[in-house]
Structure formats: structure tokens, C-alpha cells
Design a protein around this ligand. Structure first.
Ligand SMILES: Cc1cc2nc3c(=O)[nH]c(=O)nc-3n(C[C@H](O)[C@H](O)[C@H](O)COP(=O)(O)OP(=O)(O)OC[C@H]3O[C@@H](n4cnc5c(N)ncnc54)[C@H](O)[C@@H]3O)c2cc1C
Length: 408
């Protein structure tokens, strides 16, 4: 461990504890009981999102407040609780937050003021946001994005054309944030992000995917067919883009470090969601092992089961500590010398998959059925090793950081 974590303290402030208990209550009373139903329906759980909006959990205020919470642990703690309740519903509630983070990392204060509230809507008229980067031929390789953005100087408009895929809330969102290439010869450095305002002609939903897990969360293609957006929908503004492109074309490097840092800071937030699923799986299996009897004793009295539970509990705690460490580093501006953000996402997602699988094993046949939630936890956990950077991509980033070599 490097100097960059000196001062890290995992003790939660009173404010964070209060938020944790509040989200825990909502997750226990509203989210968990609804999990199985919305998983079966494979539909966006609007009534649950509305409930979350009513109490202020689904709101720009809540996300912004926790994002800027001073210890850095606020969002991680809240998301662990929410995803403990149910990951599909959890993602339906926080998907807008991920789109909002993409907007906030590139947008000007004016753009944030205009579009962030429209992503969330109001308590009486709840809206969603979507972030559209991935394409059929550009998943891990974001440099291969083909969606084009062409500037129409006469009208001061950008024209977007392309096909996005796997977009959470894609097509049903009020505001879409779209990554497009302005100069394809420059790869990621020739890309920019655009807001597509509500109701813009040319943006439509393509195929909605039927998934293995997180089935309450809407995932779809987004088709962009001559989508015209005003010039001020380019995040960061045209002057900044022109400057950046001129710098890149002149052979100057830079900018990658800033983008890398943004990813490192958002990964612990995603890791926290996986920790929530892992903890839910562990707790369910532990409670079952204390009750279920075979051979005249509780199955938890067998070392084989108790040791498994010991490993599960240990790995959940490891994942949480690494997540909190990275979240704390992000908040305190510490350098991610060993890609600690990626480490947290890698450990937490692999832990969620492993712990939820062991939970099925501990429940035996019952665990394999939909009478108990652990099979759903396992299906839900798997996405975390895939989206927001696959486990292989996390290892690539960590590998480069720890060796200093251009690992491929
Ligand atoms: C449910 C769901 C929700 C999503 N939500 C969003 C969203 O809201 N917005 C968005 O933009 N995207 C979203 N995604 C897309 C997600 O981020 C991509 O699926 C992910 O980045 C992987 O891309 P891919 O699926 O094209 O896989 P590929 O990139 O084709 O990878 C396939 C396999 O090859 C491996 N691989 C690829 N390159 C390398 C390499 N260099 N070294 C080693 N191994 C490699 C990968 O790790 C993986 O195992 C979502 C995806 C899903 C399934």
C-alpha cells in the first residue's frame, strides 16, 4: 500500500450513518419485497422509482449531496444498502446517477444546471437519464466508436448518426448523453460527449435486451438517425473541444490522465453496488445455515459450511474495505498509483459472483429455485464483471499501473 492512503479512516460520520440507516430501511421495506416481481416482469419498476423519489432518494439533491459528501464514503455506503435490497431495482434507481456523473465530468456549470434536473424530473413526474457510449463494435475498445458528430456551422448544430447499444435506460430516458467521434482518426482523443434533449427527432430505441440478471433494469439499443442538437449541447463547449483537437493534432499528449482519473473515481461507486449483492447473499446463506437441519444438526455446524461462510464473510469485508479506500482516495484527490479504483471494482465484482454462487450451494436445491432470492442474486452479480469495464480490462489497467509497462 502506498503513501497515498495515509490518513484513510473507515469510521463513518454520523451523517453517513444516518443516510445508511435511511437507505437500509427503504431497501428492506420497499426494494427487497419487490425484487422477485420486477425480475420476472423484466420491466422498469416505475412505482418503486416513484417511491424513491417521494422520500428524496431518487433525486438530484441526494446524488449530488452524497457525491460531494466530505469523507467520500457517502455514496458507497448508500449504494451498498440499495443493492443489498435488489440489484435490478437498484440499477433502475441509480442508472440516472451514472448518466449524471458522465454529464458532470465534462459539462460546464450552465450545462449541469440545465440538464441534470431534467434527467431526474420531479416527484410527480419522474424522469430518467441514459449514458450511451458502447456500440456493437466498440465495447471494451471505446476508441472504436463509430457514431459521428458533424458540426453544421450555418445552424450552429451538431448532427449525430450511429447506433449505440447496451444503454441502461436507453430510449426511455428523458435526457441521453451520447459519446460520438468528431475526428475518428484520433481515436478516443477525437471523441466528445453530447446531450440529446428530450423529444429530439431522430433518436429512437432499438432492440430491448432480455437479460440473464438485473432484469428490472432497462437495457436497449439507441438509434441516432440525423439527430440535430443545438451547439451548446456539446459538453464542455466548442472552444474547449477545438483547443483539445488542435493540441492532439499538433502531436501533444495529455488529457488521458484526466480521463483515467475520472474512471478511477467512479469505479468504487460501482464496486459498492456489487458489495451490496455479496453481503445480501452471505446474510441469506448464513441465516439458512443456522436453521436448516440435516443428519440431526444445523448444516452450519458442519465445518464445511461454517468455513465457507467464514470465507464469504471475509471476502465481503475485503471488498468493502477496498471500495471504501478507493472512494476515500477519490474524495481526497489522492493519486491512484496502483489503480486502486479498478482494484475495488475487480475485487467487489468477482466477490459478488463467488459469494452468491456459494450461497446457492449452501441452500442446496432450495437455492436453485426461485423460492429463494439467492439464484437471482447470482444472476444479478454477474453483470458487475462485465459492465463499467470488464474484469479483464480492470486487470489490464492495474497491470499497467503496477508494472509501468504498456501491457496489452
Ligand atoms: C446490462 C448492461 C448494461 C450496460 N449499460 C451500459 C450503459 O449504460 N452505457 C454504455 O455505454 N454501456 C453499457 N453497457 C456496455 C458495457 O459497458 C460493455 O458490455 C462492456 O464494456 C464490454 O463490452 P462488450 O460487451 O462489447 O465486450 P467485448 O469488449 O467484446 O469483450 C468481450 C470479452 O473480451 C475481453 N477483452 C476485450 N478486450 C480485451 C483486452 N484488450 N484484453 C483482454 N481481454 C479483452 C473482455 O474482457 C470480455 O471478456 C452495458 C452492458 C450491459 C450488459
Amino acid at each position: 500500500m502506498t503513501e497515498s492512503v495515509s490518513g484513510f479512516c473507515p469510521e463513518l460520520s454520523d451523517d453517513v450513518r444516518e443516510v445508511r440507516d435511511w437507505v437500509r430501511e427503504f431497501a428492506r421495506d420497499v426494494v427487497r419485497p419487490a425484487g422477485a416481481e420486477w425480475d420476472e416482469r423484466e420491466e422498469t419498476p416505475w412505482p418503486v422509482i416513484q417511491e424513491a423519489a417521494k422520500i428524496g432518494l431518487y433525486s438530484l439533491d441526494f446524488f449530488a449531496g452524497q457525491w460531494f459528501e466530505e469523507s467520500g464514503l457517502g455514496l458507497a455506503v448508500a449504494f451498498e444498502e440499495l443493492f443489498w435490497g435488489d440489484a435490478g431495482i437498484g440499477l433502475s434507481i441509480v442508472g440516472t446517477g451514472l448518466a449524471a456523473a458522465a454529464l458532470a465530468s465534462n459539462g460546464t456549470p450552465e450545462q449541469m444546471g440545465e440538464w441534470l434536473p431534467q434527467m431526474f424530473g420531479s416527484v410527480d413526474d419522474v424522469k430518467l437519464g441514459a449514458f450511451c457510449a458502447s456500440e456493437p463494435d466498440a465495447g471494451s475498445d471505446v476508441g472504436a466508436i463509430r457514431t459521428r458528430a458533424v458540426y453544421d456551422a450555418a445552424k450552429d448544430e451538431w448532427v449525430l448518426n450511429g447506433v449505440k447499444t447496451w444503454a441502461t435506460n436507453g430510449g426511455i430516458a428523458n435526457v441521453h448523453v451520447v459519446v460520438a467521434s468528431v475526428d475518428p482518426s484520433l481515436g478516443t482523443r477525437g471523441q466528445a460527449s453530447f446531450v440529446v434533449p428530450p423529444g429530439t427527432p431522430g433518436l429512437s430505441q432499438g432492440q430491448k435486451f432480455r437479460k440473464h440478471g438485473i432484469r428490472a433494469s432497462h437495457t436497449a439499443e439507441v438509434i441516432l438517425d440525423d439527430v440535430r442538437v443545438p451547439g451548446d449541447c456539446l459538453l464542455g463547449g466548442k472552444d474547449k473541444l477545438d483547443e483539445r483537437l488542435a493540441r492532439v493534432r499538433s502531436g501533444a499528449r495529455g488529457g488521458e490522465q484526466a480521463a483515467m482519473r475520472t474512471f478511477e473515481t467512479t469505479r468504487p461507486v460501482v464496486a459498492a453496488m456489487a458489495v451490496g449483492i455479496a453481503r445480501a447473499s452471505f446474510e441469506y446463506a448464513r441465516d439458512y445455515a443456522r436453521e436448516r437441519e440435516q443428519f440431526g444438526r444445523k448444516i452450519g455446524e458442519n465445518q464445511a459450511i461454517a468455513f465457507l461462510l467464514a470465507d464469504m464473510a471475509t471476502r465481503v469485508d475485503v471488498a468493502r474495505f477496498m471500495t471504501w479506500r478507493a472512494a476515500w482516495m477519490a474524495r481526497h484527490g489522492r493519486p491512484f498509483e496502483q489503480a486502486e479504483g479498478s482494484m475495488s471494482k475487480l475485487v467487489a465484482s468477482e466477490t459478488a459472483v463467488w459469494v452468491s454462487e456459494q450461497a446457492i450451494q449452501i441452500l442446496g436445491g432450495a437455492g436453485y429455485t426461485r423460492e429463494h432470492p439467492v439464484e437471482r442474486f447470482h444472476r444479478d452479480a454477474k453483470i458487475f464483471t462485465i459492465f463499467e469495464g470488464t474484469s479483464e480490462i480492470q486487470r489490464l489497467i492495474i497491470g499497467r499501473a503496477v508494472t509501468g509497462l504498456p501491457v496489452r
